[in-house]
Design a protein around this ligand. Structure first.
Ligand SMILES: [Zn+2]
Length: 75
């Protein structure tokens, strides 16, 4: 009985290839990469200074359901 070969994936952070999906940090190769990526994501989030409020969605209320999903947003 032989072990099933694990599919190799690219670490989204450092692009290193390996069976990362099987690891506890998958799809990242290591905890370091996972934390770095998470940190970057949090940084992006923090650039949004104004929290979303219900009035931000009023533009969509006039559209039929789902229509704004198909078209790019107009400025
Ligand atoms: Zn990595």
């Amino acid at each position: 009985m032989s072990e099933k070969p694990l599919p190799e994936v690219k670490c989204p952070k450092c692009q290193k290839r390996g069976p990362w999906l099987a690891g506890k940090f998958g799809p990242f190769c290591s905890q370091r990469c996972r934390l770095l990526d998470l940190g970057q994501w949090l940084e992006e989030e923090n650039k949004i200074t104004e929290p979303l409020r219900p009035e931000h969605f009023t533009d969509y209320e006039e559209l039929p359901p789902g229509s704004y999903l198909d078209k790019p947003e107009k400025e």
